[in-house]
Design a protein. Structure first.
Length: 172
């Protein structure tokens, strides 16, 4: 759907490190100018990483990312989808959804964080090295990272490093 490539392989063993791009990163790339200095800072950091560092990594998205990018204003949605059109999309299964529900329970996430837990589950099941996000409420939240990692490891997966573009700016 939306022209993304789909794959079922485990990509954590590739020569380059792998990144699961969560929707908030794409949102910052395609967002309109604003006077909010915090937003502008995150946007500039994201643009810097995208333009100067993303080529050092293998990038992946998922159907939930595509679905979220397709929402809202039609022009903005097309811009977001165009940014990720050539990025392979990881599969989501019934097991992935069950895994996400376990993350919600174990990390005490609110039910409204279901799609956030799904992003985490997809990244972990697919063997991603990193989950790149600006969602610091339910994903890149320092007080939740340990519980999220425990939930992932309880399912015998290796937890991806959950980070923001700022944290990953000079990695790789």
């Amino acid at each position: 759907m939306f022209g993304a490539k789909t794959t079922t392989e485990n990509f954590g063993t590739a020569a380059m490190q792998s990144i699961y791009l969560e929707t908030s990163v794409i949102g910052y790339l395609a967002s309109r100018p604003t006077s909010d200095i915090h937003f502008v800072s995150n946007q500039l950091i994201t643009l810097n990483w995208w333009n100067n560092h993303r080529s050092k990594f293998d990038l992946f998205v998922s159907q939930p990312v595509l679905d979220e990018c397709a929402c809202g204003d039609g022009v903005a949605a097309r811009e977001r989808l165009a940014l990720i059109a050539e990025i392979p999309s990881l599969k989501t299964s019934a097991d992935t959804i069950s895994f996400a529900e376990g993350i919600i329970h174990y990390a005490s996430l609110p039910p409204k964080a279901a799609v956030d837990a799904l992003h985490i589950a997809i990244a972990a099941e697919s063997g991603m090295d990193f989950l790149l996000t600006w969602n610091c409420k339910h994903i890149a939240n320092p007080s939740l990272r340990h519980k999220i990692s425990e939930a992932i490891e309880a399912r015998n997966f290796r937890a991806p490093v959950i980070c923001t573009p700022m944290e990953l700016l000079y990695a790789g």
